[in-house]
Design a protein around this ligand. Sequence first.
Ligand SMILES: [Zn+2]
Ligand SMILES: [Zn+2]
Ligand SMILES: [Zn+2]
Length: 428
Amino acid sequence: MEKFASPGKGNGLRLTKHAKPGELLYRAEPFAYTVTKKRLGGVCERCLRRKDRLLRCSQCKVARYCDIQCQKVAWQDHKRECKCIKNIDPNFPPDSVRLVGRIIFKLLRQSTCPSEELYSFSDLQSNFEKLSEEMKEGLGYLTRALQLYLKVEIQDVSQLPPALDVFQTFAKVTCNCFSISNGEVQDVGVGLYPSMSLLNNNCDPNCVIVFQGPQLHLRSIREIQIGEELTISYIDTMMSSAERQQQLKRQYCFECDCLMCRTHSKEAFMLAGDEQAWKEVKEVINKVTTPKSQEEWKEALVKYRTSFKKTGTLLPDTNIYQLKLLDLAMDACINLGLLEEALLYGNRTLEPYRFYYSSFHPLRAVQMMRVAKLQYSQDMFPQALETLKQAYDIMKVTHGAEHSLVQDLMMLKEDCEAGITVKSGPQT
Ligand SMILES: [Zn+2]
Ligand SMILES: [Zn+2]
Ligand SMILES: [Zn+2]
């Protein structure tokens, strides 16, 4: 893999050898990362694994770890922030503030990092000149929040060396930060992987990024020729091209001119059906916040059911807003233990997912696994096995056979096979 000047896009990454789909092209440890505020206390701060019982840092009483081993490894990055966290209790910094705190402590240690092999932290673009006023205002607010947070360790952040300019660092983090997701594609952390910031965006990319703990894996999902640029998609591509452009512009300061954006491909399907109807559904979705109690889940589900009743015949399941609502309804049902109804919604999502994530895509595989789990829970073992088989075919490309999610899939597959044996009765 090598860095090169990509026409019109600044730097890019390309291959020096041919790659087949499913090759692990690069493995990167984060330059800096942190667990997200949302998952605080539920996952280990070092390996990001979810666990019911975690050890607590005796100093700040916030950071949690699987065991002493994880805590020891994490200490270098936690040592100074630990005092800051303790100092601002009961407040807690937003993710970007905590991450920038860690970056600053790391830069002050002047330690080198293998994830800077192709591109270093100081090389990262901040797109400072292109930021909107609104964005600059937001970064100003974060800078002040950082000062309050770091106070016990750094009295005045404006006195830091120029290479550590806080405002610039926030701008860099905004357009170079990766969301770290776990096996179920839930966001568990945020991190910087400078060399991977060379990857440019394409809404129909030839590579995907998956994570194993905080480690980033870049994998090919197509045949890639020597010299061909490597691309990933920065955002979820199941959005209309106007919405994609808006988000890319806002966060990454550029307009995407990939083939999918130029030709508006699949757009007619994304916005299919009665316009008034999908606008209403869009509004329902925009108002959604994550429910915090059973009561709230119930209320949410009632809203979704009402919406389905109203728009049922007016919108196809390929309409992206209808599809998002199906996903939300499935989630709500799972949370309320209504697994039969959850499966109804889940089944309806599979075709549209196949259509939108047509080549190998981690989201499609994970969706299939969720459906397979629901089928399994209702003793539909042969169906579950078939769904898992299809999920596996995607995952061996997007995740690789060694990934822990594929191990989970194999275990579920064994359970299904055992279920079939039990169901067919005792062998005499
Ligand atoms: Zn601590
Ligand atoms: Zn751990
Ligand atoms: Zn695009």
